[in-house]
Design a protein around this ligand. Sequence first.
Ligand code: SF4
Ligand code: SF4
Length: 382
Amino acid sequence: MSSCSKCGKCHSFCPLYRYFLDERHAPRGKVHLLEGYRAKGVGDDDFIETVVWACLQCGACEHLCPSKTEVAEAIRRERSEMGAPYVLREILSRLSHMGKSNTSISRILKGLAVGSGIVSRLFKVTPWGLPEVPRSSFLEEISAQSPLRGKGSTLFFVGCCQNYLFPEIPMKAKRLFGDSLFVPPGQTCCGLPAWSSGLTDLARDLVKKNLDSLSQMEDSPILTLCSSCAYTIKNVWPRLFDEGSSLWRRAVAVSRNLVSMGEFLVKKGPRNAPNVRGVSLHIPCHERHGGETSGLDLKGMARELNWAIEETVDACCGQGGGFASRFSSVSAGIFEGALARLRQSGPKETIVVTNCSGCLLQWKMGTRDKDGYKVCHPIELL
Ligand code: SF4
Ligand code: SF4
């Protein structure tokens, strides 16, 4: 039996319930539906499947449920049991192993866009289509410019989304911090998309590669500029291995070495950072629900840097990894809700700043046909 006390508090924080206003999509509803389905075979297979995949894995229920009911975990278990759809499995295993060139990533994504109806229907990166893929990835750029090796004091975990789609973000970090950031070779996707989809074996393989990469300089601080990667390193990596095993010990050690992005950028960034005005913050779910290390969060960073903040949006943007693949209009609808919060204060022009790569993608794509929005990562304002 689950620990759910039926208090209903999850109605206020689950983005899916707030969108559907339907108990069956609330964490409370989901947990009881799944219990009935598994224990007594109650429930229509197709509807249960929809309920299981209609979850953004935002982490709010794991963080805020007063009874600590592990709803997101129950959903991941069920996804694992049902098996992720073939297309999602194929795409994630092809995209997750970093080190591919951007030419081949672009080919994979373009293949999806023009591919067979079923493929393009089953895999959408955002509700508004596919993002532009830059000519080369961050890892391609730096290996062409300078050797990856060169001991630095902080290990830099890039993450696949920034590597392939937003190389300008890690490039700015390399420009600001030079050789004091060491990019250990062999790193790959943090494993969040695979783990969230119930592909635990794939997630574990990716994490093992990352542990080999990040253990090259034991006890060094580790920096990532993506709050979802931070969430995964901190909360997911240790959960993937048997407690007490050597991999578990390494995962725990690495997660403890993670530094706060905000603190790092404020303390080690440029002393004369430009005065920034007209900024709105979007706080990613994975930062609000346990992703950040102790230290400055995005709000704290903006405060320390004296940025003039117009609005702070702490609502889910509807990205959720592969969520738009299946629930494109729901993803767009949840995004519209976040955008409406931004418009509450009525800024006509604003710079939306967020530090999760998935949120950046959603905001960039969701506002690209709208006037007055610039979307960027906080490091781009330094
Ligand atoms: S899942 Fe948690 S927050 Fe939701 S009703 Fe149950 S106990 Fe309350
Ligand atoms: S992880 Fe987020 S979207 Fe999924 S059930 Fe929990 S609160 Fe709702």
